[in-house]
Design a protein around this ligand. Structure first.
Ligand SMILES: CC(C)(COP(=O)(O)OP(=O)(O)OC[C@H]1O[C@@H](n2cnc3c(N)ncnc32)[C@H](O)[C@@H]1OP(=O)(O)O)[C@@H](O)C(=O)NCCC(=O)NCCS
Length: 182
């Protein structure tokens, strides 16, 4: 998919218009703000270290390269021209290349108005387009909102890695969720 490709639009529960599209180079500074905001708030994601602009340039370059070659799914949620959320699906390799690993996050202030649910559905459509058959993701057991959203769109919990993550000095179980999409 080409950078910036328009996918579709919808109205969020709070009335805001949301555009789903592919990422583009000009998202760079919004993306940098986005990841560092998630780190600052202690969001329940794997990343714990803030990112500098040089690292973000490398990350966006790699993202756009893989996107252009249809080697991954990357969908941006855009409100008023601003990057406010991202979902990506990265295929595993070799004998597991039909399995995609999903990651999603939305900027604080744009959550709980239905955007995440729509992004999950779009990620699945794009994953089917790429020929993926199984979607998988890890979620912290404490992240009840995310688990609810994933369950709502058809993921089931297979089990967990007890104490698979640490946050603020406390262990958290990491839950494995899966959905067959083929
Ligand atoms: C998780 C995330 C992607 C979900 O997206 P979102 O746009 O907030 O989700 P939606 O608005 O589509 O749906 C939220 C749902 O969770 C429900 N919910 C909210 N808090 C909840 C809680 N504590 N327990 C259970 N359900 C909860 C809402 O009622 C809503 O359910 P409904 O659609 O059935 O009414 C988003 O909140 C986010 O980015 N969070 C921070 C980063 C993160 O946790 N990423 C996931 C890492 S695995």
């Amino acid at each position: 998919m080409k950078e910036g490709t328009y996918i579709r639009s919808f109205t969020a529960k709070d009335g805001r218009e949301v555009v789903l599209r592919a990422p583009k180079w000009s998202d760079l500074d919004d993306m940098l703000f986005f990841i560092n905001s998630l780190v600052d708030e202690g969001a329940e994601i794997t990343a714990i270290d803030k990112v500098n602009r040089d690292d973000e340039i490398d990350w966006v370059a790699s993202l756009l390269s893989r996107l252009e070659r249809d080697k991954m799914v990357s969908v941006v949620a855009d409100v008023d021209g601003r990057f406010i959320g991202h979902v990506e699906v990265n295929p595993k390799s070799g004998r597991s290349s039909h399995v995609g690993v999903l990651g999603i996050a939305i900027l604080d202030g744009f959550r709980e108005v239905g955007i995440g649910t729509e992004m999950m559905k779009e990620a699945e459509s794009q994953a089917v387009r790429l020929g993926l058959e199984i979607m998988t993701l890890d979620v912290y057991a404490t992240n009840e909102r995310a688990r609810h959203v994933y369950g709502k769109v058809g993921y089931r919990e297979l089990g967990c890695l007890p104490k698979g993550a640490v946050k603020n000095g406390e262990y958290i179980d990491v839950v494995l969720m899966v959905k067959e999409i083929a």
